[in-house]
Write a protein that binds this ligand. Structure first.
Ligand code: ASP
Ligand code: MG
Length: 401
């Protein structure tokens, strides 16, 4: 098989761990696989480099930041290749440029535009294990670029797509995706399989495991993704296309998001275009609005409520203040959380939402807002009930079974 392995910062955190990764790759190679390995910088390294730069100024030039930050991954790639060579294996380390990765010119947050996999495939045909420095490419002028934090996952998926790999295995210190956060519910179980869309909805559960953009890209390129641990031989979780038997499982996971705040606007002028103006301005400020509710207007005015990440509350306030004569008053609530029930099975089964509402009601938890999509039900509730809600919902859908 042709495989992409990606090892995160913790997995290559020191020389011993790099040696451990080398052993895993040797095993996969001995089993007859061709392998392209994508590596992150050693854990803490990228932050250390950022600290170095901000010693001089708080606003270092982004082109030079890319020059600086891309070096972290190059160190790991070279060391891993050297470790493999020392064991008698043929290996070659490549920068993003050598691997043929071309991006746009948005320094520190570049998007991959194309990959010419020729050099990687030639090396494989030469019997070499290819080690690519993740998180980087070059723009059309040949300047080095980086792909945003956690971007090595994206490199791995894009390379898997470009070489048409049989699978892309993402190794970290977590052995897969769980039905919920095991720190909240110790009965949480590791999922064998999950669809791309479920994974995206459960982003906060997988956040430590997989970068969201990489899951989106895997879906687009139809790359089979595995989340596995480099510290165990556990099976991991396969993230893949939705299949018919996935729908038999009603719910795959329950997710808690504590970073929620609600903005309530009262006596908003009830005229065409007002929502467009408010939400366009919020979007221009980069504020991510999640749920929105609007009441039926009475006497030319209405109430409008929406949720945003807590960290964006101050920005939202300043946007809303600029609408002073269209909005009567506003208030904010920070002591909220969002609990979501996720599962592709909801598409074809009725009553999944009703069960969530009944379960919360039985514990006297008041639901303040509700939103649903084809595969997700989210409720906004008081922050202090968040963890309880996760446990009783986990139980209600028998996710520990
Ligand atoms: N080293 C980069 C970061 O810390 C990229 C990565 O690890 O994926 O964001
Ligand atoms: Mg990472």
């Amino acid at each position: 098989m042709l495989l992409v392995h990606k090892y995160g910062g913790t997995s290559v955190g020191d020389l011993e761990r790099i040696e451990n990764v080398a052993s895993r790759i040797m095993k996969a190679s001995d089993a007859g696989n061709n392998i392209v390995v994508v590596v992150s910088a050693m854990s803490g390294e990228t932050n250390k480099l950022i600290d170095y730069a901000t010693h001089f100024t708080t606003t270092p030039a982004k082109q030079e930041m890319d020059m600086l930050l891309s070096s972290g991954e190059r160190v790991t790639a070279a060391l891993l290749a050297i470790a493999l060579q020392a064991k008698g294996y043929k290996a070659v380390a490549m920068t993003g440029r050598q691997a043929g990765i071309v991006t746009d010119s948005v320094h520190t947050y570049a998007r991959i535009k194309s990959i010419d996999p020729k050099a990687m495939l030639d090396a494989i045909n030469d019997g070499k294990i290819v080690i690519v420095a993740g998180f980087q490419g070059i723009n059309e002028d040949g300047n080095v670029t980086t792909l945003g934090r956690g971007g090595s996952d994206l490199s791995a998926v894009a390379i898997a797509g470009a070489i048409n790999a049989d699978a892309c295995e993402i190794y970290s210190d977590v052995d897969g995706i769980y039905t919920t956060d095991p720190r909240i519910e110790p009965k949480a179980k590791k999922l064998n399989t999950i669809s791309y869309d479920e994974m995206l909805e459960m982003a906060s559960l997988g956040a430590k495991v997989l970068q969201n953009r990489s899951v989106e890209l895997a879906k687009k390129l139809d790359v089979k993704l595995y989340a596995k641990s480099s510290f165990s031989d556990n099976e991991g979780t396969l993230i893949t296309k939705e299949s018919a038997n996935m729908e038999e499982v009603l719910v795959s996971g329950v997710v808690l998001d504590k970073n929620q705040a609600r903005v309530t606007l009262r006596n908003v002028s009830d005229r065409p275009g007002i929502a467009a103006e408010i939400f366009t301005k919020l979007a221009e400020m980069g504020i991510n609005v999640d749920m929105i509710t609007q009441n039926v207007g009475i006497d030319g005015s209405t109430n409008l409520g929406f949720t945003i990440p807590q960290s964006e509350l101050d920005n939202a306030k300043s946007v809303i203040e600029s609408f002073d004569h269209d909005i009567g008053s506003m208030d904010f609530d920070k002591n909220l959380c969002k609990v979501s029930v996720v599962g592709v099975g909801m598409k074809s089964h009725a009553g999944v939402a009703a069960k969530a509402f009944r379960t919360l009601a039985a514990s006297n938890i008041n639901i303040q807002m509700i939103s649903t999509s084809e595969i997700k039900i989210s409720v906004i509730i008081d922050e202090k009930y968040g963890e309880l809600a996760i446990r009783i919902l986990h139980d209600a859908y028998e996710l520990d079974k």
